[in-house]
Every structure is written in structure tokens, then in C-alpha cells.
Design a protein around this ligand. Structure first.
Ligand SMILES: *Cc1c(COP(=O)(O)O)cnc(C)c1O
Length: 497
């Protein structure tokens, strides 16, 4: 296997190993680490169709994390994808109607973030050891609702780490919030901020970019890293489930070898769909990458016009994990379609930072042909939940419903009959009120917690353990702060003199 190194999208840190990139999280110049080339799968699709999830994950991870040994990777994979998932398939693929739903919510926090965050702590600890790091790793994370809990679950009581999670105080679902504020573990901190997800993510990025703070941290034998999808160690494990989905379609005879499929991905920070793009680049026969947004449709507009413009109102929607106007991972795609031009990427990102807008060239825009952008309004999302439930009995959460709706609009607009995997990113039990009121307004009289049992009775799905665990658990985290106080709070939490 050819050694693969990583570069920063902004050009100041180059040719670093995967393990360095994972422990750093973000490059020192504020850029994101990207592979120097996109590797190819070195196993046939036929062979993949015979493999378990863990085996497929190994085939993908070994191509990207080339400074990890086989033993190290298998150790990480086996400890991540185990009985924490409620099915041995890890990521089951269900056919309902004419779509295939790739359910990525069978991990311990019942959203797709578990797919990467159950392995990230193992990758990070292995990487730290490889680099002879002795500093304590402080995971700083901004969350739009699901990353926070999944990262907390992954890093709680992991020796040599602390984790601080910032979530938008009024921008997550009641069950998402309950999951986070009841988190146990002496190394965990959960803070609600007065602000939205973009504020939380910007605050975290600012702390990462603060060199004086980094020096202070180093004096105290501490170093920051990230559990957000800006960390390449989060992105790479996500490539695996696209390969797995394809392998299942092949194994069950739903497609022929080398037949192309489409994927429809409910998108916020552009991590999940970028992983699909990487999977395609590895040689997986994916044709269209359907990028589905909610009312915060900055990505839809970008794909239409080539102009990325965040100067608009931030909307709170029933798919809160996609309430994002600054999609961090798009920077990796920009770098790619700019032909690896870091100076150009840095220029566009500076423009986004200072003016709120940038425009790509027509050559770059032409490189986006494989992406199809669409969006679903709140009503369209709710109608989609009701329609699929009525027609197939399948109950989708609002994020998945956005992906489903845009898949339908894509089919109508293009007539394309290619078999399509809709990425199902969360259990409906995380969003009981918005899901149930989509079926009928009669449920509006109940709160999110009361609706858990009602949803279970109606859908015939038993209440996930993750929900049972938090419903009556004591609240352990009540801290809040303004978006401007994040840095001083972090210093205080870490008790740095
Ligand atoms: C995070 C999240 C998304 C968006 O994924 P990105 O990688 O940020 O694009 C969609 N749905 C759910 C349920 C999520 O938690």
C-alpha cells in the first residue's frame, strides 16, 4: 500500500502523517487536512460483498491511514463496531418503496455520528502513542445536536483526555439536550451557548487558531484536538459505510456488479456527503451525490450558482442537526476542485470570513457535475414523513425525511431511475414531537418525552436503550455562556494559571 500523507487546504502545513492530522484536528493555519491523493480500493466489489462491516471498514481505513499497522486498525475497528451497536450488521440497509435506507443510527447515541465517533477515540489514542505524545488531549467540540453526545459517549473516562462540548442552548431537540446534560464521566464538560451552531463552531475554530492559547496549553501539558468532522479521523470511517451499502446491494442481488447507484444525503456541515464523494473517488460506482438541505439552503444555492453566501437569516428547523450556514467540510471539496490550489482555497475562505461570501470559477463549478442540490421546507419535510409512513410503514426522522424529499424531487426533475440509497441519519426517537406531529396534529398536545412511548406503540419499534437511559437520568451539566465567552470559559475549565 502506497504511503498517504496529508496537506492543509490552506497550504501552511504539508506532507504530514494521518496520525499527526488526527491528533491535531485542524491544521495550524486554520485549514483542514486533506489526503495528497484519493486512494483506490485495492479489493474487488465482489470480494467486498462477502465481507462484514468490520472487514469493509478495514479495507477502507487501510487506504487512508497508512501509518497505522494492520493490528492497530483492527484493534480500533473491533472495539468501535461491537455490541454498542444494537445490530451485528452495524449499518443495515432496508428497502422500502423504491428507495434503500442506510440506517446509520444503530449506535449508542442513535444518530449517524456514532459511526465515526465510536472509533475516533481509539484512532486518536493510537495516533497519540505513535507520535510519542505525552500531553493530555482536550477535545473541543461544537455540536448542532448529535456530535456532542456521540463524542461524549466516545471520550467519557478515556484516560489522557478531556472533552468540552458547546451546543446552541435553544437549537437542539429536547431529547438531544437531555442526552448531553445527563452525560457521566469526570472528564466531560457540556456547555449551552447563547448563539447558534455557527457561533459555536466559529468559537471553537478561533480557540484552535489562537497560538498564544496553544503555548499556554503546552506549558500545562495539554493540547487541543477536535471531534468534529473537520478532523480527518472522523471523515475516513464515514467512507466505509458507503462501500458497505454498495456491498450489501450487490450481495443481495439488488444490483449487478459495477452497476452505478445514487446516494441522497441530508447535509449540514458537508461531512457525510464528502465521505460519499471520497467513496466514489475510491472507485465505488456512485453516480449522483444528492445533497439535501433544509431551509438553511446555503449549499443548494451554492450548487446552483457557484456563489457561497452565508449572509442570510439562520433558521431553526425540525432538522436541527442540519441548521448550519458555514459548512466546514466544503473547504475540502473547494480545495479539490481548485486542483489542490491552497492559495486559492485560503483566499476564498478569507473572503467567507470577512465578507460572508465567495464565488468559485466556472472551471471549478464544472467539476461539481456529480452533485445535485435540493432542499425541503418544513412543510415538505413533514409531508415526506407522513407520505412514506402511509405508503410503506417506515417512520423517518426529520433529517432523513429531508434526504427522502430531495431524492423525490431529483427523480421528478431528471427522470433518473438509478437505484438510490437514502442515508438515514437519526432515529425518529430523537425527534419525537416533530416526527409524530408530521403524522397527525393530534400529537401536538404531548411533549417530546411523553411521545416516546406513543411513538413506540404506533411504529412497533421498541424504545431504544439510548432513550430509556437518559429519560430519568439526573442532569449533571447546567453551565451556559455567551458565544463571546467560550475561550475564557475553556481556560477556566482547564484551570490554567
Ligand atoms: C450531523 C447530522 C447531519 C448532517 O451531517 P453533516 O456531515 O454535518 O453534513 C444530518 N443528520 C443528522 C441526524 C445529523 O446528526
Amino acid at each position: 500500500m502506497q504511503q498517504l500523507f496529508y496537506n492543509s487546504t490552506r497550504g501552511q502545513e504539508n506532507h504530514v502523517t494521518a496520525s499527526y492530522a488526527i491528533t491535531q484536528g485542524l491544521a495550524k493555519d486554520g485549514g483542514l487536512f486533506v489526503p495528497e491523493f484519493l486512494p483506490k480500493l485495492d479489493v474487488t466489489l465482489e470480494a467486498l460483498s462477502q465481507m462484514t462491516y468490520q472487514q469493509v471498514a478495514y479495507e477502507v481505513l487501510k487506504c487512508f491511514l497508512t501509518d497505522f499497522t494492520e493490528e492497530e486498525l483492527k484493534h480500533c475497528i473491533d472495539h468501535a463496531y461491537d455490541h454498542k451497536f444494537d445490530t451485528p450488521e452495524i449499518a443495515p440497509l432496508l428497502k422500502k418503496g423504491d428507495a434503500y435506507y442506510l440506517e446509520l443510527f444503530h449506535g449508542s447515541t442513535i444518530a449517524f455520528k456514532d459511526m465515526a465517533l465510536s472509533i475516533l477515540p481509539y484512532l486518536m489514542m493510537t495516533a497519540a502513542k505513535k507520535q510519542n505524545m505525552t500531553d493530555e488531549i482536550v477535545i473541543l467540540t461544537a455540536t448542532s445536536g448529535d456530535t456532542g453526545k456521540a463524542a461524549l459517549a466516545g471520550f467519557a473516562d478515556v484516560e489522557g483526555t478531556q472533552i468540552i462540548v458547546f451546543y446552541p442552548k435553544d437549537g437542539v431537540s429536547p431529547i438531544q439536550k437531555q442526552q448531553m446534560v445527563t452525560q457521566k464521566g469526570k472528564n466531560t464538560f457540556v456547555v449551552g451557548i447563547e448563539g447558534n451552531f455557527d457561533d459555536a463552531q466559529n468559537g471553537v475554530k478561533e480557540i484552535f487558531g489562537d497560538t498564544a492559547f496553544a503555548v499556554e496549553m503546552a506549558k500545562n501539558q495539554k493540547q487541543f484536538s477536535s471531534a468534529n468532522s473537520i478532523n480527518i479521523g472522523r471523515l475516513v470511517p464515514q467512507v466505509a459505510y458507503y462501500v458497505y451499502a454498495y456491498s450489501r446491494l450487490l450481495a443481495t442481488g439488488e444490483i449487478k456488479a459495477n452497476e452505478s447507484i445514487n446516494v441522497s444525503v441530508p447535509t449540514g456541515n458537508f461531512g457525510n456527503i464528502l465521505a460519499a464523494y471520497y467513496a466514489k473517488s475510491m472507485g465505488l460506482p456512485i453516480d449522483k451525490l444528492i445533497c439535501a438541505s433544509n431551509d438553511n439552503k446555503v449549499l443548494f444555492d451554492f450548487l446552483e450558482t457557484g456563489v457561497y453566501d452565508r449572509r442570510r437569516d439562520f433558521m431553526l428547523t425540525i432538522s436541527p442537526s442540519m441548521d448550519i450556514l458555514i459548512s466546514s467540510n466544503l473547504e475540502r471539496l473547494i480545495y479539490q476542485i481548485a486542483g489542490g490550489n491552497a492559495m486559492e482555497t485560503a483566499r476564498l475562505m478569507t473572503s467567507l470570513n470577512t465578507t460572508g461570501v465567495y464565488e468559485i470559477t466556472s472551471v471549478m463549478k464544472a467539476a461539481l457535475v456529480d452533485f445535485y442540490g435540493g432542499f425541503a421546507s418544513e412543510d415538505e419535510t413533514k409531508e415526506s414523513i407522513a407520505k412514506v409512513y402511509a405508503e410503506t410503514g417506515y417512520l423517518m426522522d426529520p433529517h432523513t425525511a429531508v434526504g427522502q424529499y430531495v431524492y423525490e424531487t431529483y427523480k421528478t426533475a431528471t427522470g433518473d431511475q438509478t437505484k438510490t440509497v437514502v442515508v438515514s441519519t437519526a432515529s425518529p426517537f430523537k425527534f419525537t414531537a416533530s416526527t409524530m406531529t408530521s403524522l397527525s396534529e393530534e400529537y401536538a398536545k404531548y411533549d417530546d418525552f411523553e411521545l416516546v412511548k406513543i411513538m413506540s406503540d404506533k411504529s412497533g419499534i421498541s424504545i431504544p436503550q439510548a432513550v430509556l437511559d437518559v429519560i430519568e437520568a439526573p442532569v449533571l451539566h447546567t453551565m451556559t455562556c455567551d458565544k463571546t465567552e467560550m475561550k475564557s470559559l475553556v481556560a477556566k475549565l482547564l484551570e490554567m494559571k
